[in-house]
Design a protein around this ligand. Structure first.
Ligand SMILES: Cc1cc2nc3c(=O)[nH]c(=O)nc-3n(C[C@H](O)[C@H](O)[C@H](O)COP(=O)(O)OP(=O)(O)OC[C@H]3O[C@@H](n4cnc5c(N)ncnc54)[C@H](O)[C@@H]3O)c2cc1C
Length: 537
């Protein structure tokens, strides 16, 4: 089976092109929607101003979860929706989403009731296609049991499961690949500059291919603004729409450090919750919840936020040693596209994570929908809801949604455990580490990557402790629309997501990329420097 090739459609169209639906924004909201629309038979294009899934959708805690803490707000419908989607995502993307244990230390009565309700709300958690995806009910751990797990400072704990997606970036990409398989046209580094109006109807957007500096008029019957935290700024950039801009945004960051805990441990403190989560041999600590008042475009991960968080972590008493800046191997974060902002003085911790759907025809603007907020976990279902609104604008007969019934592209694996075992026996010369990583992150496409690796010594080289191969770099360029080193290091592979790789690895990857993209020696070193600036804490 030859691999599917993602191509930037914007390079193939002339000055103008027409689609039934235009989606602005290639985060998980836009990507899941592109799949929903294409699989229902409408023509659709998606434009993303940077790289797919590179903004909020990669700033997550990598959890596919019900959101235990939303029970405190009695957000039962959101928790139920998310728990159902947790099961659906682990069905349709079995390699990318799987059960993940967690520990809640020293639970009070409220937490114990909360976990009981959480189990009730996930009554269908074991109706999974693959039995390895079944999730047991929570259990209480006594002091003795807690200590036997090497956890200090706890008198008791609750042990329960949610799910993890080790690579939100690749899950977003899997939705996009599924969309393309169904006929969608997608393009990264393509910015929607402004909406095109005909009277009070939006008939598309003027977009710019920022790689080739080319302007294209993309016309569509329905335009969906799925631009995440940029949503209000984008709308206000048009002369005909004015929406209120949230005064406060919620910044969330994560720190990657060496591993302190083998199981995810939650901490609920005065300034909100955070957790130590094991991931790729490290701990991922976060999230924070800090008010941000500036323009979205200006947001950057600041050292001040990292230092503030280190202070909070150190005050939690969870670690016996003091965490310092030098212990932080990598850090990332983003702004939550909240549906509602918390009151300024209360901060943003209490704000809802419900997604928000707005049909602008209510304000007299036809042909435009805005879709934002929510959680990564509920994006597939959110796409179904957005589609209901889109559908109303077409008189055609359209079939039911299939997105919860079919594997995503590259995820066609009915039994992940035996698939992994088969892969290991089929490639006895490849390390188990590499097979595990490739199957988990690339699913069925791992075979094509190994075929590429087999073509040269350079491509078969292992580049990190997870066993990632140089062939993944070439695969990302040839088949996955990677256009620069950041796409490769941060979103197609995991080479840059646990800290700055060595100079040797950086130049090996730049060598492969440079050859494919005809880079000069100067260009190669410029690209490496740019990446270094991005990855340095
Ligand atoms: C710190 C943090 C932790 C989180 N953890 C979790 C978690 O563990 N689990 C969970 O379920 N959810 C989590 N979330 C929530 C989740 O990440 C978001 O709900 C989700 O990613 C929102 O996706 P989106 O596509 O709406 O936004 P985004 O991912 O921000 O996508 C919007 C896209 O639009 C693009 N864009 C903007 N303007 C334009 C334009 N003019 N033209 C073209 N493109 C444009 C942007 O570049 C961006 O890529 C977390 C969020 C944060 C911030």
């Amino acid at each position: 089976m030859s691999p599917q090739k993602l191509e930037r459609f914007i390079e193939k169209v002339g000055e103008e092109a027409y689609f039934d639906v235009l989606i602005i924004g290639g985060g998980i909201t836009g990507s899941a929607l592109a799949y929903e629309v294409a699989s229902r038979g409408l023509s659709v294009c998606l434009v993303e101003k940077e790289d797919f899934g590179g903004a909020t959708s990669s700033a997550t805690g990598k959890l596919i979860h019900g959101g235990l803490r939303y029970l405190k707000r009695f957000d039962l419908s959101l928790v139920r929706e998310a728990l159902k989607e947790r099961r659906i995502l682990s069905n349709i993307a079995p390699n990318l989403v799987y059960p993940y244990p967690m520990i809640l230390p020293n639970p009070g009565l409220l937490e114990r009731i909360g976990l009981f309700v959480y189990d009730l709300l996930s009554f269908d958690r074991n109706w999974t296609w693959d039995k390895s995806k079944r999730i047991p009910a929570h259990k209480n751990l006594s002091k003795k049991e807690v200590q036997s797990r090497g956890l200090s400072g706890m008198d008791s704990a609750i042990y329960f499961y949610d799910c993890i997606m080790p690579s939100p970036e690749r899950l977003t990409l899997a939705f996009l690949k599924s969309a393309v398989q169904e006929g969608a046209s997608i393009s990264n580094y393509t910015k929607a500059e402004e909406l095109i109006f005909e009277g009070n109807r939006v008939i598309g957007a003027l977009v710019k291919d920022t790689i080739h500096n080319k302007n294209v008029k993309l016309k569509a019957s329905v335009t969906v603004n799925a631009s995440g935290p940029w949503s209000q700024d984008f709308l206000n950039g048009t002369k005909k729409i004015k929406v209120p801009v949230p005064k406060t945004r919620s910044e969330g960051i994560y720190l990657i450090t060496k591993k302190y805990f083998d199981t995810m441990v939650l901490h609920v403190g005065k300034k909100g919750h955070f957790s130590f989560a094991p991931w790729r041999g490290k701990n991922m600590i976060g999230p924070t919840e800090k008010a941000y008042y500036g323009p979205v475009e200006d947001w950057k991960l600041s050292q001040e936020s990292i230092l503030e968080f280190l202070e909070y972590i150190n005050s939690s008493g969870l670690l016996s040693e003091k965490l310092e800046l030098k212990d932080v191997e990598f850090a990332y974060g983003g702004l939550r596209p909240l549906a509602e902002t918390g009151a300024e003085d209360k901060g943003t911790y209490s704000a809802s994570r419900k997604s928000e759907l707005q049909d602008h025809s209510k304000e007299g603007i036809e042909g435009l929908i805005s879709a934002g907020g929510g959680k990564y976990t509920t994006s597939r279902h959110f796409a179904e809801k957005i589609f209901k609104l889109i559908h109303k604008k077409f008189s055609r007969n359209i079939g039911p949604s299939v997105s919860k019934k079919k594997f995503l592209k590259g995820c066609e694996i009915s039994d992940i455990r035996s698939y992994l075992e088969n892969a290991k026996t089929s490639y006895p010369n490849i390390s188990e580490n590499t097979i595990e990583y490739l199957v988990r992150h690339h699913g069925t496409e791992y075979v094509s990557i190994l075929e590429l690796a087999n073509t040269s010594t350079q491509l078969s080289e292992v580049l990190d402790e997870d066993g990632e191969l140089a062939a993944q770099v070439l695969y990302a360029i040839r088949f996955e629309m990677a256009t620069n080193l950041q796409d490769i290091f941060l979103r197609r592979t995991g080479l840059g997501t646990v800290g700055l790789p060595s100079d040797e690895i950086l130049s090996k990857v730049a060598e492969i990329a440079g050859k494919e993209w005809n880079w000069s020696v100067e260009r190669k070193s410029e690209e490496i420097q740019k990446l270094k600036r991005k990855l340095l804490v």
